[in-house]
Design a binder for this molecule. Sequence first.
Ligand SMILES: [Zn+2]
Ligand SMILES: [Zn+2]
Length: 427
Amino acid sequence: MKRSGIGLTLVLVAAVAVSIGYLFGRTGDSTATAQDVSPTEARARDYYVPNSEDLAPDEMRVIACGTGMPTPRPAQAAACFLVELGNGDKFIFDMGDGSVERLWALEIPPAYLNKIFLGHLHGDHFGDLGSMFVAGALGGRHGPLRIWGPSGQVPELGKAYAVQMMENMFTWDVAGRIGQTDTRGFHTEVTEFDYKLENQIVFEENGVTIRAWPAIHAIDGAVSYGLEWNGLKFVFGSDTYPNKWYNEYALDADLAIHECFITVPDFVNKWRATPEAALQVGTQIHTAPEAFGKVMSEVRPRMAVAYHFFKDFDTTPGILERIRSTYDGPLSLAEDFMVWNITEDEIRVRMALVEEHVWNAPMADPALPPDPSEMTPFAAERTGGVVPGYSDFIYSGRWEGVDDVLREIYQEASDALGREFPYPGDE
Ligand SMILES: [Zn+2]
Ligand SMILES: [Zn+2]
């Protein structure tokens, strides 16, 4: 009895300490010392700047690259979360519209952005897959884009079908690049698993285990994921009605992400949904904020993350109030470029500050020059043996009036790099 009494006291002390920390923050002391302020020395930053911090070997960094809703807006892309691990692995969970732009702003060599886990196939959760397919291949991913996702009730409702159709959609795109640039990245590798798996392993490499379990969203074929590595656990719900599997398999999560839809009144007044649709979509297809809070009260993660709402000055108070009516634990109301640094000791939450005029990050391995010999096998596989190119009719429309200035560019390159670049057609 005495031991448990001491234990309780310690818990209470810890709770008070956490509360004080929560109320005042770690830098809440207004009596700044000389060390904090200097006219010449930089102070520590409380925001994240991409490509400015090493990831420690035991650290997990999660960055929100899409937190919004199915309609586009500059402030929030649709669903996407990046997980970076201290072992060098990176994983993307969902790939909603607009999220590729966010990922590129993080200044990560695209070769490392090659593993995507899709929770379900609503456009706001995989609409940027095509952009990633193309931009990643051009930006330095010289191997396949690896995609994991669940089956559906029939093959046409599964991930493999969707990815194959996406590749088919880009047939002209790839045909127009073969022989003109390095196209080794224009391939996919899909792992489709049974959507009824209950916390079963769908990925196990390099000390990382990812499990999937069913989600309940619109129709069969949606899942949630749990990633475990180095004693840390990350959970991503994608979209789901509150369900027993999440409550059970998200237990012990360090970071538990679960959708939290806008409130029904906002869905009617701001989105202009009918009350019938708002009630159906806002409470039966998705998770209402009050229900999100109840889920997190079951799971009790080190940090609960709510996303899938437009986070504005006039929507956030209502969402927070409703979540707080059912959950009093640690909470992040996600928005794009929110960053969580997770270690055994601490979860640090900050915002990232990104450069809008960012360029592609360096390639992890060098690109190869174009290889025209790739065109024949591509044609045999994709275009019935017809090698894509210009017909005589289209070629005859080229204006030769620019020939002289273009030849000068080739000569300029030859002079600058000390080797001969023959002008096309002259070889
Ligand atoms: Zn959805
Ligand atoms: Zn959604």
